[in-house]
Write a protein that binds this ligand. Structure first.
Ligand SMILES: *[C@@H]1O[C@H](CO)[C@@H](O)[C@H](O)[C@H]1NC(C)=O
Ligand SMILES: *[C@@H]1O[C@H](CO)[C@@H](O)[C@H](O)[C@H]1NC(C)=O
Length: 346
């Protein structure tokens, strides 16, 4: 688990390099707090986690606290005794910063978020949102065209009508209304919050088994990833937010009798695309490293190094075949630089 911790930290630092400007789906757009990439410890504003459990956040008015950013209280201590603020390294930071808790579960899991308390006042500009997927710089994972739901249904905004004390009340109305329990369609989900003055919230996150994972956010730790279409006409994408070495270990894509081949130049409906992009959504500007069709008999090892902010493997399916691909994805390191198949401008 310690290993996982270290990897997650690395993952966070890489994500912070995106210098995200979030909250695109909402009426106005706001700058996400920029965090210097050299900082060892990512600041509170983008919090990436692969843990279930309770998360609480409190922001006090700046009068008594030296921090403008509020504080994380990792797990159960929801009673909320706010800790003293650390000195603010960016005194000019806008108060209406949009922050996010980025959840990434195992590839075959979905994320369920239950809001236990929401003390984020609508009238002072406070707003929260649950995103079915991840959002960075106005781009979404899974891509807008790849998700079974339209974007409007994937981003659910909420805030509280009044502040002062926990809201909404215990259980009861909360769960029966259904509005305060959110579920993602894949292993990635995001809770965004904008708290200009003061406010707090408590949420709990649980991961559930997903029997048919299609889109997968790769955290880079799984020994391999499976992409499958389950015979449906749909596109499934495996995405990692880091430069990666991708290897296709085995695949069955398209005609039964076709052996594995590159098929960039042929018109085929069922294929596996490997590439990278600058932003989160590979269907925008995917720089393709290769397109592969056919069925491997036994193991193959087609290794490709994608030096882009986002690395993606996309399984494109017409619905006529049961397609699948087994892929490994690991973070590229210095020794991989020479062998880059694709390099994006970053
Ligand atoms: C899958 O992707 C291909 C190529 O990007 C596109 O032409 C097709 O419409 C997509 N299919 C679905 C079901 O979205
Ligand atoms: C596969 O190839 C064999 C031999 O060439 C042929 O007999 C068979 O009908 C083909 N099957 C399909 C599904 O195309």
């Amino acid at each position: 688990m310690a290993m996982r911790g270290v990897m997650m930290l690395f993952f966070q630092v890489l994500i912070l390099c995106f210098q995200a400007k979030a909250w695109h789906a909402v009426r106005r757009s706001f700058e996400l707090e920029q965090t210097a990439a050299h900082q060892e410890k990512p600041r509170n504003c983008m919090h990436v986690t692969s843990e279930e459990g309770e998360f609480s956040y409190v922001k006090l008015p700046p009068v008594r606290s030296t921090s403008k950013h509020g504080h994380w209280m990792p797990a159960p201590d929801a009673s909320g005794e706010p800790t003293a603020g650390e000195p603010d390294p960016e005194p000019g930071a806008a108060p209406a910063t949009v922050c996010g808790i980025y959840f990434v579960a195992d590839p075959d899991q979905t994320v369920e978020v239950t809001m236990r308390q929401v003390n984020v006042d609508c009238r002072t500009g406070g707003l929260m949102a649950f995103v079915d997927g991840w959002e960075l710089n106005g781009q979404y994972f899974p891509g807008e065209r790849d998700h079974e739901k339209p974007l409007g249904l994937r981003v659910q905004e909420f805030c509280a009508e009044r502040t002062g004390g926990p809201w909404p009340g215990k259980q009861g109305a909360t769960t029966s209304a259904g509005a305060w329990v959110f579920r993602s369609s894949q292993n990635a989900a995001l809770v965004q919050y904008r708290i200009p003055e003061r406010g707090s919230f408590v949420l709990s996150a649980r991961f559930h088994h997903n029997p048919k994972p299609c889109n997968i956010m790769a955290e880079g730790l799984a020994p391999y990833y499976m992409l499958r279409n389950y015979g449906q006409r749909r596109n499934c994408t495996l995405t990692a937010l880091f430069p990666a070495v991708v290897s296709v270990i085995a695949q069955e894509v398209g005609e039964i009798n076709d052996s594995v081949r590159y098929c960039e130049r042929v018109r085929v409906d069922d294929k596996l695309e490997i590439g990278g992009s600058v932003g989160l959504d590979p269907s925008y500007q995917l720089v393709r490293a290769s397109t592969i069709c056919g069925r491997s008999r036994g193991r193959m090892d087609l290794e490709q190094t994608i030096l882009c902010g986002t690395t993606s493997v996309r399984l494109i399916s017409s619905g006529r075949y049961n397609n699948q691909a087994m892929v490994t994805m690991r973070m590229a390191d210095e020794s991989d630089l020479r062998l880059a198949t694709v390099i994006c401008e970053m």
